[in-house]
Ligand binder design. Structure first.
Ligand SMILES: NC(=O)c1ccc[n+]([C@@H]2O[C@H](COP(=O)([O-])OP(=O)(O)OC[C@H]3O[C@@H](n4cnc5c(N)ncnc54)[C@H](OP(=O)(O)O)[C@@H]3O)[C@@H](O)[C@H]2O)c1
Length: 248
């Protein structure tokens, strides 16, 4: 059976690293992104350069119609998806909760929570044995922030990741007997562009001395964990979390 993966938010950072490694492991990789067409297509070209199969698909996964179109495109091009990496996630500028606007809260919650629910819904309809599927695996990308709360910086982001932790537990139990495993990784401080969106591109270097391992992580280290959870090495693992956070 072909291994067909959708990764949301995969034009850069953790999603892109996961796409490159997944292709090396024989997955057909569907690289979702929002704006950066060139970056997404660069990942596709790298995969094609190594004789892998990949497709970049632009879709705002916080919007129901675009999620449905994303999954339909994959159905039409490759067949039923059997691996989903719910990776998309955004940060806004660092502020206290008493300054947060409604539009900011809506943007964070729809992008970081609703998107994961919508993509999981479409994946379950294709993977579940109840729908005639052959099973599959889902990995949600949460954050150490769900445990730590991000006080004074972005409690909205941290709380959105708390929702992803709960989604993982609930969905894993809901579909455990339908051939689907659902797990979660919780990265700590990883060198990607997400910190620039929070207004501090060099955040990882500023904070690294507070991390027990005294360094930030790489997108590849998170990707390795995601791929292990998706793999046949983890067939009895569901509803659980791996912190990839250097001991933090
Ligand atoms: N980096 C860290 O330190 C860290 C720590 C803990 C957890 N995480 C989590 O890890 C995940 C990946 O983070 P990252 O640091 O790799 O992020 P990143 O480098 O900022 O990349 C974000 C990706 O999401 C895409 N995207 C944004 N909004 C989208 C939308 N509405 N629909 C579709 N795609 C969208 C972007 O596409 P475009 O390029 O087209 O805009 C980009 O590919 C996130 O869930 C994040 O919360 C990261």
């Amino acid at each position: 059976m072909e291994k067909i993966m959708i990764i949301t938010g995969a034009s850069r950072g953790i999603g892109a690293a996961t796409a490159l490694k997944a292709a090396e492991q024989g997955y057909i990789v569907c690289i979702n992104y929002l704006r950066d067409h060139d970056a997404a297509n660069t990942i596709v070209r790298k995969i094609h350069g190594k004789n892998g199969k990949a497709l970049a698909i632009c879709a705002d996964v916080s919007q129901e119609a675009e999620v449905e179109k994303l999954f339909q495109t994959v159905d039409d091009k490759f067949g039923r998806v059997n691996a989903l990496v719910n990776n998309v996630g955004i940060l806004e500028q660092k502020i206290r909760l008493d300054q947060m606007t409604m539009s900011r809260l809506n943007k964070i919650f729809t992008t970081n929570i609703t998107s994961h629910f919508l993509c999981a819904r479409e994946a379950v309809k294709r993977m579940s044995t109840q729908y005639g599927g052959n099973g599959g695996t889902i990995v949600n990308v949460s954050s150490a922030a769900s445990r730590l709360g991000s006080a004074g910086e972005y409690i909205d982001y941290a709380a959105s990741k708390g929702a992803i932790d709960t989604l993982t537990i609930g969905l894993a139990r809901e579909v455990a007997n339908e051939g689907i495993r659902v797990n979660c990784v919780r990265p700590g401080f990883i060198y990607t562009d997400i910190h620039a969106s929070g207004g501090e591109p060099n955040r990882v270097d500023r904070i690294k001395d507070q991390i027990p391992m005294k360094r930030g992580g790489t997108p590849e280290e998170v990707a390795n964990t995601i791929l292990w959870l998706l793999s046949d090495e983890a067939t009895y693992v569901t509803g659980t979390f791996i912190d990839v956070a250097g001991g933090r």
